[in-house]
Structures are given as structure tokens and as C-alpha cells.
Design a protein around this ligand. Structure first.
Ligand SMILES: C[S@@+](CC[C@H](N)C(=O)[O-])C[C@H]1O[C@@H](n2cnc3c(N)ncnc32)[C@H](O)[C@@H]1O
Length: 268
């Protein structure tokens, strides 16, 4: 799959932080901090530079052992550079497809942000099966759910969105991606394994203050739908130009869902 740059992750992080469902995250932090004598082990899958660590420590997750897992060593190094002095970090350069080899031993929580829409059903089922065996909780924030609403509207918006949502299900190196179905599929898989699951809205609400992020997003969407979906390239150019012309007076909502799951006997 294509890599994720530090710049892109930094660009999206403020929008992600604002979008995360606060009540779910707070409930999770209380769960992690329930026993003051124990340093909970949190395994953050596809950690990038540590956005989940930043979000949860800001809400009071202290004294955690953070096992950051990513296949990109540059992102792990950046996470260590930013947090290695203040937090206990164990960095693991690993492929999350190697589920049995993931360092999940003694983990109280398996966390992730902006990850599950990239993976396949098989990956979700494999991860859920592994954590269920050891009663590890799961927090998956910011799973794209297929909703995108632009203002002002453009006649091509719906066509572009349909193509984009199809593209979100393309295999990006981890099997056919769940894309917009990720939160629903994850919830069902967790419930089948005996978890108590909560879902909450974590949509991005983007306005002129997010102009750089929206510009990247528009370019990314156009690139994703340019081939394979039969869209007229001139119309698509017009759509992109229209969207970019409204960076400073337009708005958009991009739907995400957060998932929080506790093993049944530990539900709160
Ligand atoms: C959309 S980014 C999210 C990063 C971070 N969680 C955040 O919210 O800023 C997806 C992350 O998953 C990692 N990733 C993608 N495929 C992976 C794989 N097969 N094994 C391990 N990590 C992977 C990427 O390197 C990237 O850091």
C-alpha cells in the first residue's frame, strides 16, 4: 500500500482530535486508569506518529505502556522522537497482517485510529479472535463511514462520492478493504465474540480553517476516482476546480465512526 507521510498525518490530526467522540474516549481512559497500581499495556496498531497516544494522554491516560506497531519505521521513529522522553514506549516495526506475531501479550487495550477502513474482513476477524482469547478491550477511532457532504453543492458530488466509496473498498495491500463498512463489520465481529460494543459519531466538520486539509482531500479524492470508474476527466477537473475555489468559504462533513468494545464481563 502507499505510505502515509508525517505531513499528511499532522495535517489531519487536529480534525481527528476534534472529531473523536469525547464520551467514548473518556470512558476508555477511566477503564485504563481503573487500577492505580497497574500500568496498562496499550497496543496501538498502525500507530503512525502516535496520534492515539496523544489523544488519550491528553484525556488523562497516564502510566501506560505504549506498544506502538507500524510497518513504517520513519513513523515509529517520529513517535519515539516526540514521546520517548515522557512516555513508556515499545516500538514494533511489524506487519499487522501477521496477526499471530503481533505483540499483544498482557494487553489491556488494542487501539487504532483511522485504520480499520483499510483492512479486510479476515484481518478484523483474526484480530478479534486473538483479543477475545485474552479479554483485551478494543478502541477503533475514526473509521470512514461513506458519508461526505459538501457545501456549496456541485452537480458531480454524488457521482464522485459513489466512485470514491467503491475505491475505498479496493485492496490496498491488506485484502479487499472494508472501507465504509468497517465500523459496522468490526462491531458485528466483536459482538459475536462476546464483547459489549458502543459506536459513536466522529465526523470531520471542515471549514475554511481546514483549507490545507480540504485541498489535500480534494486532490486525493480526484486521484482515487480518476481511473476505473468511467468518470469524464473534464467534468472531474471542473469538480476539483470548483471545490478548490471554495476552500475559504465552503464546508464539508466527512463521516467517521468510533468503536469502543469491552469484554462482556468487564463492560462498564
Ligand atoms: C491512516 S494512517 C493512521 C495513523 C495513525 N493511527 C493516525 O491516526 O495518525 C494508517 C497507519 O497504518 C499503518 N499501516 C498500514 N498498513 C500497515 C500494515 N500492513 N502493518 C502495519 N502498519 C500498517 C501506516 O503506516 C499508517 O501509520
Amino acid at each position: 500500500m502507499s505510505g502515509f507521510s508525517i505531513n499528511w498525518l499532522d495535517l489531519r490530526e487536529p480534525a481527528d482530535r476534534a472529531a473523536r467522540d469525547h464520551l467514548l474516549a473518556k470512558q476508555l481512559v477511566d477503564y485504563l486508569q481503573a487500577d492505580a497500581d497497574i500500568s496498562p499495556v496499550v497496543v496501538d496498531l498502525g500507530s503512525g506518529t502516535g496520534s492515539t497516544l496523544r489523544a488519550l494522554t491528553a484525556l488523562g491516560a497516564h502510566q501506560c505502556v505504549w506498544r506502538l506497531v507500524d510497518h513504517d519505521p520513519a513513523l515509529l521513529n517520529e513517535a519515539l522522537r516526540r514521546h520517548g522522553q515522557q512516555e513508556i514506549i515499545e516500538d514494533y516495526e511489524a506487519d499487522l497482517l501477521e496477526i499471530d506475531a503481533l505483540p499483544l501479550g498482557a494487553a489491556k487495550l488494542l487501539s487504532a485510529s483511522a485504520l480499520y477502513d483499510l483492512v479486510s474482513r479476515d484481518v478484523v476477524d483474526g484480530l478479534v479472535e486473538r483479543i477475545a482469547r485474552q479479554s483485551t478491550a478494543l478502541y477503533a477511532a475514526l473509521n470512514y463511514d461513506g458519508r461526505t457532504h459538501w457545501s456549496p453543492a456541485h452537480p458531480l458530488d454524488d457521482t464522485v462520492l459513489q466512485a470514491f466509496n467503491l475505491d475505498q473498498q479496493r485492496d490496498k495491500g491488506m485484502g479487499p478493504a472494508l472501507g465504509p463498512q468497517s465500523a459496522a463489520y468490526l462491531s458485528t465481529s466483536l459482538e459475536s465474540a462476546g464483547y459489549s460494543v458502543q459506536l459513536a459519531d466522529s465526523a470531520w466538520h471542515l471549514g475554511p480553517e481546514h483549507a490545507l486539509l480540504v485541498a489535500d482531500l480534494v486532490s486525493g479524492i480526484k486521484a482515487a476516482v480518476s481511473d476505473n470508474y468511467g468518470l469524464d476527466s473534464q467534468l472531474l477537473d471542473d469538480w476539483k476546480a470548483f471545490r478548490l475555489s471554495h476552500l475559504h468559504d465552503g464546508h464539508c462533513v466527512i463521516g467517521h465512526l468510533d468503536v469502543l468494545a469491552f469484554p462482556e464481563k468487564k463492560s462498564q
